[in-house]
Design a protein around this ligand. Sequence first.
Ligand code: KG4
Length: 339
Amino acid sequence: MSVVILGIESSCDDTSAAIIKDQVMLSNVIASQAVHESYGGVVPELASRAHQQNIIPVVHEALKRANISKEEISAIAFTNGPGLIGSLLVGNSFTKGLSLSLGIPMIEVNHLQAHVLAHFIKQSTEDNNQPSFPFLCLLVSGGNSQIILVKSYKEMEIIGQTIDDAAGEAFDKCAKVMGLPYPGGPHVDRLAKEGDPKAFTFHKPQIKGFDYSFSGLKTSFLYLVRDRLAENPNFIEENRANLCASIQRTVIEILMDKLRKAAKEYNIKDIAVAGGVSANSGLRQAFEEHASKYKWNIHIPPFSFTTDNAAMVAITGYYKYFDKDFAPIETAPYSRVNM
Ligand code: KG4
């Protein structure tokens, strides 16, 4: 019999619902919240309220696009953390209500594991380009920068992570210094295409092992801009593309240096990337270059799976379903956790 999973994602500022049937994605609806743009960051209270408004229409739409009735759903998978508590509570409470009314199990999903398992979503029955275990996954988003050793669908070990800012945060904070809108990552990516990546040099951290640090880079960027602005008030306008290209090159070098080191130490050739920053064109190109130079089998997600989405939650729930790894009704969301 077919297994149909409804996935629900509400950990930050995207309300999403998806249907996965036997590993194949039938729908993946995402309502992004424009309300935060004018604040330069996500406002938790506004995010919770928007989730509350969006969740029912988004689930309706996901069922409609998948041509699946509520009665066909085998279980509901929902993100229970890490994330913003008020946002998570909306998905958690909605799932409890729907699972009780339909008499089906609910499955709690760790948001970070879901990003990693996004690589196993099939877009059609013929789609088979999936990583082989064990593989390394570089998880880079607005809140995380980690190298994860993925041993199986269930067993994942964080072998390196940021000790301060995340890579996405570095992009966003540098973008803010240049007066670009939030989130700045995609704007830096776009402008970097027209700039010289060697125009400016920034501080690169010296951290042991596979851990990352991006706060020094952000400070180095801030000081350079401040000093140059003192000499030339038009410095940012005249150098925006070069600044973007240089900061992007530095972030990518920092990410890839550690990933290469980890791949060598663990002798792994299957290398994946996940999270919002995996949309970055420079990072994708660096993966391609490493694939040909170091004979890596690389796994880069389609753009629709780079940012927060419920299809990745549904696929994680799909694997947990076979272990009967169901959540109790009293389960509560968590804001921070390791895998
Ligand atoms: O995984 P994600 O959607 O969610 C959070 O962690 O909240 O990641 C969002 C992050 C933001 O920091 C955003 O600036 C960054 O991903 N991002 C990018 C690009 N697209 C999104 N950073 C660099 N280049 C991009 N093209």
